[in-house]
Design a binder for this molecule. Structure first.
Ligand SMILES: Nc1ncnc2c1ncn2[C@@H]1O[C@H](COP(=O)(O)OP(=O)(O)OP(=O)(O)O)[C@@H](O)[C@H]1O
Length: 792
């Protein structure tokens, strides 16, 4: 493609930037070509890549390669770029006399080049007195120097970030955060990156710090470890705070090799500093990430504001009675007592909570609420009408689709409703929600931070209905908002218990309810038309599963409708091994078939895969399941990289090898990931080795994913034990914040401890540890410090 062996480049002026992703700084734009060493013969080309700073009408030099995008055709994928420097006398004169340097005309520009020569720019950057001969005012001279240095610093920073080992995406993200201060900031405190830039963990910052000579018990290192450990522990448990003593013990484990006598003093000083700077917060001996703690408070305050500003309803009781009769007729249903109570409460209160297991009528009630609300408030149920003010939303795309199908009205993800991008910027978003009735489904999946953004967006006078199944697994992110709201007793709540789904052959729903009640009946292990139990130990699970899958495909089940769900990745009956085993049953390697590898995983055409991150620019989101429809080997394309083409429900996405870490095989997925989705057939292997993870809510969530068929595999005692194992609640303080804000006296609220007292306690613990009275590694025998450094 190129004239010579040198890297392909394009020099040109940026004309129109038509796509920018603020998260990874990915941009797509056209340039008007001035020069290239390729045989591209058009006047323009589309350039793509991650760029810290690109301005329209500026000239840049891009290095990279021409690629052939399956949808958009040929474009230039830039791997590096720099603002082009004026070259030669003529260009330099027009550069200095341009609008960038007001006050310098052609004459002065000529003088500069005559005096400083063709490397005038470098000379000005290096020597602040280089321009003295012009005899301009000090202010003017300074302006010129700054203008030139700013351009230069961007290049310099990105070059140095690359030297530090950051790839283009991370470099662009860091540069976006710190701008021209990038190098100064990083060199002053590389651990600040852990806090400021998503994707940089303690381990990476620690490596960089070592290169910069920051080691041992340097305060910056201690603070970096405290921040990272707090975040790791919160992500691990889903709690909204960590136990202070435990945190300290773990941080000691990380810093252990470098411990000095006064480490304990330094640790407490580090903690104190982080508290002072608003990063962490200490309360009642617990350590919070300040923003997560603030989110709990904001939620409580917003709920209070919504409650206080509610002005009641304008219609009379008899009108509601009449309306209930009308909708029963309209939907051809007779609501049971708790259902009727739910409809009444939702219509008459500012905030209402509705929870129930499968088939208890949650969707039925959402429909009734919408219809009755519209009628009683004289609102047309027509989304195109200006007076329509109902917002329906759910945390996942699938749940939103279900809501929309059930109501016949538009429903969307909470992210879309709020205009969020699925990136870390979401936490700082302050959207405003313009509706009068807001209904959220699958509320158990909403975490603290998302709920904070949602609820603070709600305007006074809005009525809110939160619907979900409180017994399912809590959200992936920290918190258990739905359970906390229900347990606070601050809001009217209805728990639906009667199962209404009339399907004589279906026993799965009853089983789910029994599990939820902790009832172990023999019937669980007897085969029914829609479910069966296969007794086997963990060694036999792969074999048994292979047979079930073969049989199900003989019976005409598409593998897309069959989902194996497991709790753990490791082990014979773990997700990784089962994916390998099932892949070889449904999509085996044969001679002449294409196959590519990524680590131990092989990918073939027709493989079922799951996407693991959010990439709005490709319209694919975390948890979406797709099918590999194409494998393009490096030797077969102009990019010279292996590519997978994946069909996500009609949306085809091409992933270069470097992005294959964003997918995994999906024949078997985790129960956690399956929440909010339903499958025709669920196969659920549970084995004794996993007993540490098995809780009632995990089993309950897995079982309720099955629409038509459920096959449980494993040993009886494991199932029995998980049914009996009450799920342990997450540690959060949302309930207490609600008690305080609503002035409700909560049951035995623990005495308040001041920050100072807590810090003194830590000091004592630390001193004991330092004096070897307590081994900091007690209870951590099988755990290495590495386990806490960065989440995999
Ligand atoms: N009072 C009722 N009388 C008769 N049928 C009812 C009643 N309430 C609900 N149903 C029916 O029961 C079935 C389950 O109801 P619905 O789908 O609303 O429950 P759900 O709680 O949303 O269940 P899931 O969470 O599993 O979707 C539906 O077919 C619905 O029509």
């Amino acid at each position: 493609m190129t004239d010579s062996n040198e890297t392909p480049y394009f020099l040109g002026t940026v004309k129109a930037i038509f796509f920018e992703n603020p998260e990874n700084l990915y941009k797509i734009f056209t340039i008007k070509i001035k020069k290239t060493n390729t045989d591209w013969d058009a006047k323009d080309i589309v350039v793509t890549g991650s760029f810290g700073e690109i301005s329209e009408e500026e000239e840049y030099r891009f290095e990279g390669q021409i690629v052939d995008h399956p949808k958009y055709g040929k474009q230039f994928q830039a791997t590096s770029y720099q603002r082009s420097r004026p070259n030669g006398r003529k260009e330099l004169i027009s550069f200095f006399s341009s609008d960038e340097f007001p006050g310098i005309g052609k004459k002065k520009a000529e003088k500069i080049v005559d005096e400083l020569g063709n490397d005038a720019i470098d000379k000005i950057i290096k020597d602040p007195h280089a321009l003295d001969f012009l005899k301009l005012s000090a202010e003017k001279t300074q302006q010129i120097i700054e203008q030139i240095s700013n351009n230069h610093q961007t290049e310099q920073a990105l070059y140095q970030l690359n030297n530090y080992g950051f790839g283009p995406t991370l470099s662009a993200r860091i540069y976006q955060k710190y701008g021209v201060q990038t190098l100064k900031k990083i060199q002053a405190d590389p651990y600040q990156l852990v806090l400021d830039v998503k994707g940089v963990g303690f381990k990476r910052a620690d490596e960089l710090a070592r290169r910069l000579g920051i080691t041992g018990d340097d305060p910056r290192r201690i603070k970096g470890a405290l921040i990272q450990m707090t975040s790791s522990m919160i992500n691990e448990t889903g709690d909204t705070y960590v136990d202070g003593q435990e945190l300290i013990r773990r941080v000691m484990g990380v810093l252990r090799n470098n411990s000095t006598d006064d480490l304990s003093k330094k640790l407490v000083a580090g903690l104190r500093d982080l508290v002072k700077n608003g990063v962490l917060l200490v309360e009642d001996g617990n350590v919070y990430q300040k923003d997560l703690s603030d989110s709990e408070w904001s939620i409580a305050q917003s709920l209070k504001m919504i409650t206080d500003t509610f002005k009641g309803v304008s219609w009379k009781e008899r009108e509601m009675k009449k309306e209930l009769k009308k909708i029963e007729k309209q939907f051809k249903v007779k609501y049971d007592d708790s259902q009727e109570k739910a409809i009444r409460q939702s219509l008459t209160h500012p905030i209402f909570l509705l929870t129930g297991g499968p088939g208890t009528g949650k969707t039925t009630i959402i429909n009734a609420i919408v219809a009755a609300y519209a009628e009683l408030n004289d609102m047309p149920l027509d989304p195109n009408s200006d007076d329509y003010a109902i917002a329906l939303a759910a945390p996942t795309g699938r749940a939103a689709k279900h809501m929309s199908e059930a109501t016949g009205l538009p429903a969307m993800t909470i992210h879309r409703l709020l205009g969020l991008t699925g990136t870390e910027d979401d936490e700082y978003a302050e959207p405003s929600l313009d509706c009068k009735l807001l209904i959220i489904d699958e509320m158990s999946m909403v975490d603290t931070k998302l709920f904070k953004v949602l609820i603070t967006a709600v305007q006074p006078g809005t009525q809110i209905v939160l619907v979900g199944d409180r017994d399912q697994l809590p959200s992936v992110g920290p918190g258990q908002v739905f359970a906390d709201l229900i347990n606070s007793d601050a809001f009217p709540t209805t728990i639906l218990k009667n199962i209404h789904r009339q399907d004589e052959n279906s026993t799965i729903i009853q089983l789910a309810h029994d599990i939820n009640e902790g009832i172990v009946v023999d019937g669980i292990f007897q085969n029914r038309a829609d479910r069966s139990f296969i007794n086997c130990d963990s060694r036999n699970v792969p074999n048994v599963l292979s047979q079930i899958i073969s049989k199900s495909s003989e019976r005409g089940f598409d593998i897309a409708d069959v989902q194996v769900l497991a709790p753990m990745y490791r082990g014979q009956a773990g997700i990784d091994n089962l994916n390998y085993v099932i892949q070889n049953v449904v999509n085996p390697m044969k001679p002449k078939r294409k196959e590519v590898s990524m680590g131990n995983v092989k990918y073939r055409i027709n493989d079922k895969v799951v996407y693991l991150v959010n990439t709005p620019e490709d319209n694919v989101f975390n948890g979406e399941i797709g099918k590999i429809v194409g494998i393009i080997l490096a030797k077969e394309n102009t990019d010279h990289v292996d590519q997978l083409v994946i069909d996500f429900d009609g949306n085809e996405v091409t992933l270069n090898r470097k992005d294959w870490t964003n997918i995994s095989l999906a024949y078997c997925t985790s129960i956690h990931k399956s929440q909010g989705s339903e499958f025709e057939m669920v196969i659920l292997p549970l084995v004794n080795e996993e007993s540490r993870m098995l809780r009632r809510n995990l089993l309950y969530t897995a079982v309720t994913r099955a629409k038509r068929l459920l096959i449980m595999v494993g040993d009886r005692s494991t199932f029995e034990r998980s049914i009996k194992d009450q799920s342990s609640e997450r540690q959060t303080t949302l309930k207490q914040r609600i008690f305080t804000t609503f002035k409700i006296k909560g049951p035995d609220t623990p005495p308040k401890e001041t920050q100072e007292q807590a810090l003194i306690d830590y000091r004592l613990t630390l001193d004991m540890i330092m004096n070897n009275a307590i081994d900091p590694m007690i209870g951590m025998e099988h755990i290495t410090p590495q386990d806490f450094l960065e989440k995999k």
